[in-house]
Write a protein that binds this ligand. Structure first.
Ligand code: UDP
Ligand code: MG
Length: 313
């Protein structure tokens, strides 16, 4: 029996990229006739003509399927929707903007045939990104790597091939605060890398800005480790100990030399320092509390409106 390969693409305002992507995909998959192909595009509440483009793509090519979410849920959630609806024996996950080159697909399939279950694409360099963004992302990976039990892969994005077993594992992870890159590492299975050069976006604009990247970093850290909580406790303890010693010192000093009413500076410095520290610790607690709050509500991660134009029940 022919093995079925699905290609999953989350799309948010990608009317310009999709025709380009489709063309590139067709070139690759028409050269691989030993597989049955499916393309699943998840429309993540686009505000442009993405839905029309998808509908007309399916009209011409029945290998194209499209799932329309009820609103914009974000890429992480759109991916889970894709995992649920994809039907292949394996799945290749990629962005719509051709930053993930379809020409890598044959290499990925080869490794899959060799028995690897998670074939991830590793960037040789990070393309056109600012120095600060590169440094911040390095720091972020260092923190994660030191505080989790499993390997966090650097310079690896969502572009990868996943075996059916991995897809089913990911489908069981239905938390609302999603950091999918970390989940790929968490599930384990046999991993293999293929290296590529990440290009720049071919059309449209990136939907990420500095704020959303910062948010994703916080998401990544707080959804995979409670190390920041420990950090807050330790720092708080050390500071409190120092403050206690300083207090003793000043008490003895006052008893011996009398009160010279000069401690004003020290006082202000200490008060503001502790104020800041406490706020930081509370902030960290709040991050986790917010996550618990969202998880406890138990809402679905996404709502699907239509699949290939038919209402989803
Ligand atoms: N995307 C999505 N929902 C969103 C934002 C982005 O499905 O809310 C999709 C987008 O259409 C693209 C992929 O996620 O296929 C990556 O987005 P983008 O290229 O903007 O991110 P970058 O490459 O800059 O990390
Ligand atoms: Mg992109």
């Amino acid at each position: 029996m022919m093995k079925k390969v699905s290609i999953l693409v989350p799309c948010y305002n990608e009317e310009q990229s999709l025709p380009l992507l489709y063309e590139e995909l067709i070139k690759v998959i028409d050269n691989l006739p030993d597989y049955e192909w499916e393309m699943l595009f998840v429309n993540d509440g686009s505000k442009d003509g993405t839905m029309n483009v998808l509908a007309s793509m399916r009209e011409k090519d029945k290998r194209v399927n499209y799932l329309d979410l009820s609103r914009n849920f974000g890429k992480e959630n759109a991916m889970l929707a894709g995992f649920d609806f994809v039907t292949g024996d394996c799945m290749i996950l990629m962005d719509a903007d051709l930053q993930d080159p379809p020409t890598l697909i044959p290499d990925m399939l080869k490794e899959w045939e060799n028995g690897y279950q998670d074939v991830y694409a590793k960037r040789r360099d990070r393309g056109k990104e600012s120095w600060l963004r590169k440094k911040l992302s390095m720091l972020f990976y260092r923190i994660l790597d030191h505080s989790t039990r499993f390997d966090i892969l650097q310079n690896v994005g969502d572009f990868r091939l996943l075996d059916r077993q991995c897809i089913d594992a990911l489908r069981r992870m239905r938390e609302t605060e999603r950091y999918t890159k970390g989940m790929f590492c968490w599930i384990g299975f046999n991993k293999k890398e293929v290296v590529f050069d990440r290009g720049d976006r071919k059309a449209g604009d990136s939907k990420w800005n500095f704020k959303s990247l910062f948010n994703l970093a916080i998401e990544g850290i707080t959804s995979f480790t409670t190390a920041p909580l420990r950090f807050a406790t330790v720092v708080g303890f050390v500071i409190a100990f120092c403050a206690f010693m300083a207090g003793l010192f000043y008490l003895v000093k006052t008893i011996i030399f009398g009160d010279q009413a000069r401690g004003f500076t020290t006082l202000i410095v200490f008060i503001s320092f502790f104020g800041g520290l406490q706020l930081m610790a509370i902030g960290i607690l709040g991050e986790y509390l917010g996550r618990i709050f969202n998880e406890v509500k138990g809402r679905p991660v996404y709502l699907a409106n239509t699949y290939n134009g038919e209402p989803v029940k």
